[in-house]
Every structure is written in structure tokens, then in C-alpha cells.
Design a protein around this ligand. Structure first.
Ligand code: PEP
Ligand code: MN
Length: 343
């Protein structure tokens, strides 16, 4: 349930209610809005305590949260969440642009990509050092050596680094180098990993599982939020359907749908979502038109020789063109693609 404080409730009254919620054995998530503060009270026996909390000083009302996900819901926080880290701002009027290769392959590949995507207007750098591959015989990533290359690319370009963590035991190591922890589609329901990323505290980009429903995605995000990390970005990257012409089916309706239900920003991945370079720029623009708060796009200096996902990667020139198109659409829908520091 949500304890809605009155407008003008004092700091002491808010702190007192947080303490009351905790004393009742519930977990408190205070959200300090511009208008008023609400305290989400999460726990199994919450409804029994409604009346006793309602009598607290400074409390306007106590209302149940109807959605199965709680902290992620718009009921708890009607204002959009903006995730900011280094050069990246995602949410509300800020359109984050994350670009880079599928995998970190070597320093030259990563540095040249970082320079090119930055020059074209990207606001963060992607690159997988730990790769979740369908086959154990495929390139598995450079692991810590890859993380070091990503950190060097950030040092040179100032771009925030987004990189995947595939196991809970690696969270500390990856967080030591990354700005954003990416949790991949295959791990969306790896609950121990979600909790570990939640506890670590760095912003998380949570990708939708190819067979996960929207509620399952939101409940997966709830694990991270419930572990104390409010900086979660959801990512639509396509789902599996009967269609075989595209790698996945990129369901862009999920963008406005999620915005109707959650304050968390929604990022779209048109690279994995389509699986074909030629489809990426227009689906990127369509995602922006649908209200996406960010894009994550694969870019490679020479897609033909990429160690993974070359067939869906853009060249530098194609990325630049995509940016020109996306900027026009962004302007039409009231979003800006600018680095965090300038926003
Ligand atoms: C990726 O972005 O590198 C990736 C592996 O994507 P997904 O988890 O969506 O398959
Ligand atoms: Mn990839």
C-alpha cells in the first residue's frame, strides 16, 4: 500500500511514518515527489495495518497498490524516472543513445567505435565483455580484459559504459569498470542476479526476455528496485513469434504500454529486435516516435569481420545517418539527444 503524505508534511512526520512502516515489519520505499511525498509499504501483511497508519500525523491517505509490481508502478510514482550516469541521461525528455559493438574484440576496434559514435552524437558506449552465447563454441567475450578496454574508451571519450553482467558472482567485478550493468534477455528472470545488481547500486539496463510478458518484465524490475536500486531502465529487444524473417519480433507497442504502467524509462534495441542492419535505422526512428527514452544500437568498424552479430551491426556512416533521422523524430516528439552534462 502507499502512505500518501499531505502537501507540506514535515521531514519529521515523513521520517516518523517511515519508521512506523518498518516497525510493522514492512519495507518502506519513500519517494520524494515535487508535490508530495509518498511511502510505499511493501510486505505480505500490509493490508492489516492500513487503519493504524492512516492515523499518523501528516498522512493524507493510505491506499492499496493494485498493480502486482509495486515500486515500479505509476501508482507509487507518477513522475517519470530519469536515470543519469556520467554522459548518459535516459527518461522524460532525455533520449539516451547507447551505441557500440556487440562484443569488445580488441582495443583498436573499441576505441575507434567509441570515437565514431561519440562524434555522431551517442551519449553512451555499449560493448559486451561477458557474452551470453547460444553455443558454447561461439566467442564468449574477453571478460576482464574487455572491461579494461571499455574503461580506457570511457577515459578517452567521456562516454558512459554499458556492459552486460551474466552472473551474480561477476557483479562486483563488472561494476568496478561499468557505469551501467546490462542484464540480458536470457537472464531477465535470474532472480539472484537481479538482487545482486539491485544491491550493487549502479544503474541497470534490464532487457526483456524473448518469451516474457510485460508483467514478468515489470516484476523482474521490481526485484532490482526492491533491493534498493531505483535506477532501472527497461529494454524492449523483441520477442519470439512464429515470424522467421526477422531475428525477433520488435513489439514497439510495449513502449507506450509500459509508459502507461511504470515511471521507469523504456529503451529499445532495434539491432537484436530485427537482426538485420538494413532494418535498424527505421525501427530506431519508429521507437523514438513511439516514445522510447533511449536506444541501444550495435555499431562496428567492419561488420563483416565482427566476432558476433555483424549481420545486424551498423557501420559508422550508417550510424551517423540513423542519428540524423532519429534527431528529427526526437524533436517532433519533444525529446533531446544530448549528453547528461548538457541537459
Ligand atoms: C546484447 O545486447 O549484447 C545482447 C546479448 O542482447 P540480448 O540480451 O537482448 O539478447
Ligand atoms: Mn549482439
Amino acid at each position: 500500500m502507499i502512505v500518501v503524505m499531505k502537501k507540506g508534511a514535515t521531514k519529521e512526520q515523513i521520517e516518523h511514518m517511515i519508521m512506523r512502516v518498518e516497525q510493522l515489519g514492512l519495507k518502506s520505499h519513500p519517494i520524494y515527489g515535487t508535490e508530495r511525498t509518498v511511502i510505499a509499504a511493501i510486505g505480505e501483511k500490509r493490508d492489516e495495518f492500513r487503519q493504524s497508519l492512516e492515523s499518523g500525523a501528516g498522512v493524507a491517505e493510505v491506499v492499496p497498490i493494485l498493480a502486482p509490481y509495486k515500486v515500479a508502478s505509476l501508482e507509487v510514482k507518477p513522475e517519470p524516472t530519469v536515470v543519469r550516469i556520467g554522459s548518459l541521461a535516459v527518461g522524460n525528455c532525455h533520449l539516451g543513445m547507447i551505441a557500440g559493438p556487440c562484443s569488445v574484440e580488441n582495443e583498436q576496434q573499441m576505441l575507434s567505435t567509441a570515437r565514431a559514435v561519440k562524434a555522431a552524437g551517442a551519449t553512451a558506449l555499449r560493448g559486451g565483455a561477458f557474452k551470453p552465447r547460444t553455443s558454447p563454441y561461439s566467442f564468449q567475450g574477453l571478460k576482464e580484459d574487455g572491461l579494461k578496454i571499455l574503461a580506457a574508451a570511457r577515459d578517452e571519450t567521456g562516454l558512459a559504459v554499458v556492459t552486460e553482467v551474466v552472473a551474480a558472482v561477476d557483479v562486483e567485478l563488472v561494476a568496478g569498470y561499468a557505469d551501467v550493468l546490462q542484464i540480458g534477455a536470457r537472464n531477465m528472470q535470474n532472480y539472484r542476479l537481479l538482487e545482486a545488481a539491485g544491491k550493487e547500486g549502479k544503474p541497470v539496463l534490464l532487457k526483456r526476455g524473448p518469451s516474457a510478458s510485460m508483467d514478468e518484465l515489470l516484476l523482474a524490475a521490481e526485484y532490482i528496485l526492491n533491493a534498493g536500486n531505483p535506477n532501472v531502465m527497461l529494454c524492449e529487444r523483441g520477442i519470439r513469434t512464429f515470424e522467421t524473417h526477422t531475428r525477433f519480433s520488435l513489439t514497439l507497442a510495449s513502449v507506450p504500454y509500459l509508459h502507461e504502467r511504470t515511471h521507469l524509462p523504456v529503451v529499445v534495441d532495434p539491432s537484436h529486435g530485427t537482426g538485420h542492419t538494413v532494418l535498424v535505422p527505421r525501427m530506431a526512428a519508429a521507437a523514438v516516435a513511439a516514445g522510447a527514452d533511449g536506444l541501444i544500437v550495435e555499431v562496428h568498424p567492419d561488420p563483416e569481420t565482427a566476432l558476433s552479430d555483424g549481420y545486424q551491426s551498423l557501420t559508422f556512416a550508417q550510424f551517423e545517418e540513423m542519428m540524423t533521422l532519429c534527431r528529427k523524430v526526437a524533436e517532433a516528439v519533444g525529446k533531446r539527444i544530448v549528453p547528461n552534462e548538457e541537459s
